[in-house]
Design a protein around this ligand. Structure first.
Ligand code: ZN
Ligand code: ZN
Length: 426
C-alpha cells in the first residue's frame, strides 16, 4: 500500500530520483543526527557489501561535515558461507583480533563508528550450531576491546540500516525480489524519519519526546519493573543509581549522538541479581543468522535457570553458555506497542528494527551510560557494586506486546501502572 501510494503516477526515473534523494537524506541523518560527526574526526564504517550505495552517500556526507578520513570494512555473505562450507575445523576458533584491536585504537584516538545493518537473517540457518557458536564466540572475544569502548560510549557511534536482497526476502517472502527491496527501503526511510522535507528537525522533535519520557521514569526512581501478561510474569530489579536513557545522548568525548537510527525505546540497567519469574518472547529473535522463536525462560535471583525455545533452542542454549553474564540481564527497555515500527505490522528479523517495535530485555553486557554518575565515569568495580552485568554478549529480545502490562515498583513495594495493554499509562 505504502509503496503504491509513493510510486503511483511516477515514471521509473522519478522513482529512482526519489530513492536517491531519500538515500541522501538517510546519509545526512546518519552523519548529523546519528554521529554528530565533528570536523577533523575520523570515521570507521562496517557494512555488508550490498549496501555500497548508502556507504558512498554516508562517506560523501562525512567528508562534507569535515571528516579527516573515512575507512570502511565490508562483510560478504558468500565469503562468510565459504568458511562454513570449506573451512577446516580450526577456522571456527579463529577471529581477526588484530582488526578489532585496531578499531579500538581508532576509537581511543577519537574516531567515530558507524555500522550499517542489513544482514541476511537466515544466513547461517542450515549450518552446524556448534561451528556457528564457536565462530561467534571467537569473534565476540576478539571484539571485546572495541565493544567496551562502544558500550561505554567512549566515542560517538551509530547504527543505521540498508535494505539488502536477502533481508528483504525474509521480510516479504511473497513479493517479487525488486518489490520486496523497494518495500523494505520504504519501511527503513519511514522509521528513520527521512520521508519529510527536514529530517534533522524531525529528529529534534522525536528526541525531545523520548527525553520527556526518560525524565518521567527517572523522577519515579522505581526499584523494579514487573511485566505481566500471557506467558510472562517477570520482575526486573533495577540497578542501584540506574538512570533511564533514550534518544540523543552525550558520549564520553562530549559529542551528542543517536546510537540507533531508528530508535523508539527508553532503557536502563537491571540489577544482575534481582530478576525473578518467567518470560516468553513476543517476536522471533534473529541472532547471527539463526532464528530463535518462542523463547521461554525462568529467572531466579537474576540468573536464567530454565530456558527453552520452539526453534533454535540449541543455539539459544549455546548463547547462554557463552559466559556467566550471558544468563543475566544487561538492559531493560520500554517501547509502546503502537510505536511507528510496530504499527507497520512487519516482522523485520533485525534487532535494530524489531527491538524498536516492542519492550525488550537484553542478555549480557550492561551499558555504563545508564547510571547517575554525575559525569564521572564509574569504574568496573563501581558498576558491578551497583548491579551492572558483564558479558561478551549483548542480545536484545522482545517481550512486549499489546497484551503485556508493566508496573513500576517503588522501593516500598508499591505498584505504579506504567503500561497497560502495551501503551504508556500517562
Ligand atoms: Zn534496547
Ligand atoms: Zn540492547
Amino acid at each position: 500500500m505504502e509503496n503504491q501510494a509513493q510510486t503511483g503516477g511516477m515514471s521509473v526515473s522519478n522513482v529512482a530520483e526519489a530513492h536517491g534523494q531519500r538515500l541522501e537524506r538517510l546519509a545526512e541523518v546518519a552523519v548529523k543526527v546519528g554521529l554528530g560527526l565533528r570536523p577533523g574526526q575520523e570515521l570507521v564504517i562496517t557494512a555488508p557489501l550490498e549496501t555500497v550505495p548508502l556507504v558512498r552517500a554516508i562517506t560523501i556526507q562525512a567528508y562534507k561535515a569535515g571528516a579527516s578520513l573515512v575507512t570502511t570494512f565490508f562483510s560478504d555473505d558468500a565469503a562468510t558461507l565459504a568458511r562454513f562450507e570449506h573451512g577446516t575445523d580450526t577456522a571456527f576458533d579463529t577471529a581477526a583480533d588484530w582488526l578489532y584491536a585496531g578499531m579500538a585504537e581508532a576509537y581511543r584516538n577519537g574516531a567515530a563508528r558507524l555500522a550499517i545493518s542489513g544482514d541476511d537473517p537466515a544466513l547461517l540457518a542450515g549450518q552446524d550450531p556448534d561451528k556457528v557458536s564457536r565462530a561467534n564466540r571467537a569473534r565476540s572475544k576478539a571484539y571485546v576491546p572495541a565493544l567496551e569502548l562502544i558500550a561505554n560510549f567512549a566515542t560517538n557511534w551509530t547504527i543505521v540500516s540498508a535494505a539488502t536482497t536477502p533481508w528483504a526476502r525474509s521480510v516479504f517472502p511473497d513479493l517479487p525480489e525488486d518489490e520486496a527491496v523497494a518495500r523494505l527501503w520504504d519501511a527503513i526511510f519511514a522509521a528513520s524519519r527521512v520521508d519529510g522535507p527536514d529530517p534533522v528537525a524531525a529528529w529534534e522533535v522525536h528526541n525531545a519526546a523520548l527525553h520527556a519520557r526518560m525524565n518521567r521514569l527517572n523522577a519515579h526512581r522505581f526499584a523494579a519493573l514487573r511485566f505481566f501478561g500471557p506467558g510472562t510474569d517477570l520482575t526486573v530489579g533495577l540497578a542501584d543509581d540506574h538512570e533511564w536513557c533514550g534518544g540523543a545522548s552525550v558520549s564520553r568525548n562530549g559529542i551528542t549522538c543517536n546510537a540507533n537510527i531508528p530508535t523508539e525505546e527508553v532503557f536502563t540497567t537491571p540489577h544482575r541479581e534481582r530478576v525473578d519469574g518467567t518470560v516468553t518472547s513476543t517476536k522471533p529473535l534473529s541472532y547471527q543468522g539463526t532464528l530463535i522463536e518462542g523463547i521461554w525462560v525462568r529467572f531466579e535471583a537474576g540468573r536464567i535457570v530454565e530456558a527453552s525455545a520452539r526453534t533454535g533452542g540449541d543455539v539459544l542454549a549455546k548463547v547462554l553458555d557463552t559466559d556467566e553474564g550471558a544468563r543475566r540481564l544487561g538492559e531493560v527497555a520500554l517501547v509502546p506497542a503502537s510505536s511507528a515500527i510496530s504499527a507497520s505490522g512487519l516482522l523485520f528479523f533485525n534487532t535494530l528494527y524489531d527491538e524498536n517495535a516492542a519492550s525488550h530485555i537484553a542478555l549480557g553486557q550492561a551499558y555504563s551510560k545508564c547510571f547517575r554518575d554525575g559525569g564521572v565515569q564509574f569504574s568496573e568495580d563501581d558498576l558491578a557494586a551497583r548491579g551492572a552485568n558483564r558479558s561478551l554478549i549483548h542480545i536484545d529480545w522482545m517481550i512486549g506486546s499489546a497484551e503485556i502490562d508493566v508496573d513500576g515498583l517503588t522501593a516500598e513495594g508499591r505498584a505504579v501502572p506504567v503500561m497497560r495493554a502495551g501503551e504508556w499509562v500517562d
